[in-house]
Design a protein. Structure first.
Length: 150
């Protein structure tokens, strides 16, 4: 979960599934530390790694991908995901975000949304995961309300 200086959360519209919005997420390579993977994935997906880790969930969350979606997007190769959620504060400017920085972009467009609106953007099969992440990281968003802009 990437927060801007106002406590809003980054969401991107998936290039391979127009209308489907999500927070950046990505794979962790074998033997890769999640704290390292989060910056690699962030740079691959939004073109910047200008952030700092502010929290991480202790455990891992899992969800199943609906069969129809898995077949459509990944030829049935993946049935679900196991995720480690990390909260970051974005330290850059919006102009630092470049969705086309890497050869295979994931998002077609992006925006910052209030944490309270996040569930309005997520696909139904990810809502339970997002609820748990929101619950975990809501206290962090409240910290930003007292910050002055840079």
């Amino acid at each position: 979960m990437l927060f801007n200086r106002h406590g809003q959360v980054f969401v991107g519209e998936r290039l391979d599934n127009p209308g489907a919005w999500q927070m950046p997420q990505g794979g962790i390579d074998e033997d890769e530390d999640p704290d390292v993977a989060v910056f690699r994935e962030m740079e691959e997906e939004i073109g910047s790694r200008d952030a700092r880790i502010i929290a991480a969930m202790d455990g891992w969350l899992t969800y199943d991908i609906p069969e129809k979606t898995a077949k459509k997007l990944w030829d049935g190769k993946y049935r679900g995901q196991r995720q480690k959620w990390i909260a970051l504060e974005f330290l850059g400017d919006d102009s630092d975000i470049d969705l086309k920085a890497f050869k295979h972009p994931e998002f077609s467009r992006w925006k910052w949304v209030p944490l309270s609106d996040l569930l309005d953007y997520v696909v139904p099969f990810k809502r339970d995961i997002y609820r748990r992440v929101i619950e975990e990281f809501t206290p962090l968003a409240k910290r930003f309300s007292g910050k002055k802009g840079r």
